[in-house]
Design a protein around this ligand. Sequence first.
Ligand code: CTP
Length: 415
Amino acid sequence: MARILLGVSGGIAAYKALELARLATVAGHGVRVLMTEGATRFVGAASFEGIVGAPVLISEFERDPLRGAFPDGPRPEHDPIGHLELAANCDAYLVAPASANTLAKLAAGIADSMLTTSFLACTAPRLVAPAMNDRMYANAATQANLATLRERRVTVIEPDEGALASRGERGRGRLPEPARLLARLEAALPAGHRPWDGLRVLVTAGGTREPIDPVRFVGNRSSGRMGLALAAAAARRGADVTLIAANVALPEPPGVRRVDVETTAQLAAAAGAEFSSSHVLLMAAAPADFRTTEVAEAKLRRQDSVDLRLEPTEDILAGLTAIRTDEQTIVGFAAEHGNERIERAREKLTRKKADLIVLNDVSDPSIGFESDQNAVTLIDPKEETDVPLSSKDSIADTILDRVGQLRAEAGLPAR
Ligand code: CTP
């Protein structure tokens, strides 16, 4: 896995950095923590040291007992210059939370602590996650500092909007949840260090269309956005992603192999060809459940009396899970409504032999289809988890986190 440098600056959100350090360590990464003096007023160095199993450094003059090594890594014979060695050895450096003061120093190139000095010396991917009061965040000075950092190829992880630390205040400035921070950090890691390196992921997206005549079809309103978000999230984690896109008008994410299909039969054939070599199947497409029994060869005319007869299409997911192996992780989607939607989705989980069902409540008009947002419930054999309304990108990361957990619990590679 990767060697991660975590810089923690002074802010109430510093407590979330403890959970981030824990998640990164549990994920198998070697983590070293650098704190500012200010950060030590909010959380103790001893907590980080206990979690990552390595000393925390604060002052740029401090001797590093590990001589710039990461936990479990080899220590050099000589005693190197601490801030240079850690910066040279890391695969990525994330400052979270990044206070307004620390951001200003990083933008100005000030080197007055182990955190800031190492940031200046670091040539690995660098990320900052600002967290502060919304007025401080919106201030022109902070925004100018962030713009400077972006220009210098530092990744800025935007803060979330919501309740802030100061009582009763809401706004943009919250540090994103630690799992999200870890996903963003891992996405920045070089190939070979990303958590899903070597994993083959098959994603289906969009909605199939069953022709009535050469110009008309029976179809559904799926836009493919959720599938594209899943494909993008898997690619960011390093997976080798194949996207089977059924009538998706949007471009595929970078690095993703795309196969275009139109009908349920074509989707079934394309998925069948890829399935056995895939470790993970994310069946986000909405295949048409019915096809016309006959397709008119020429365009039907309004004057023609049309009597459409429909027959059910094959259940692609059930067909694939019938030949699945225990090494594969399979995620199905369910569009349900009404009070019994959870029971129906759970029944689908068992009947379709999937490991996880992502349940969409299709009666809620604010989510789904064309929207960039979604709210879902994740249902696996053991538990149900509500994922509140958020962007499809964020939902995709939550689904992949769950896939990773399920694979880890089953003793399979990749989280
Ligand atoms: N699905 C599929 N093949 C189909 C229809 C659906 O593989 N012909 C997959 C979808 O991609 C999704 C899951 O099955 O992952 C659930 O889809 P949904 O339409 O909610 O369920 P149905 O298959 O229609 O369920 P039912 O059998 O209750 O009609």
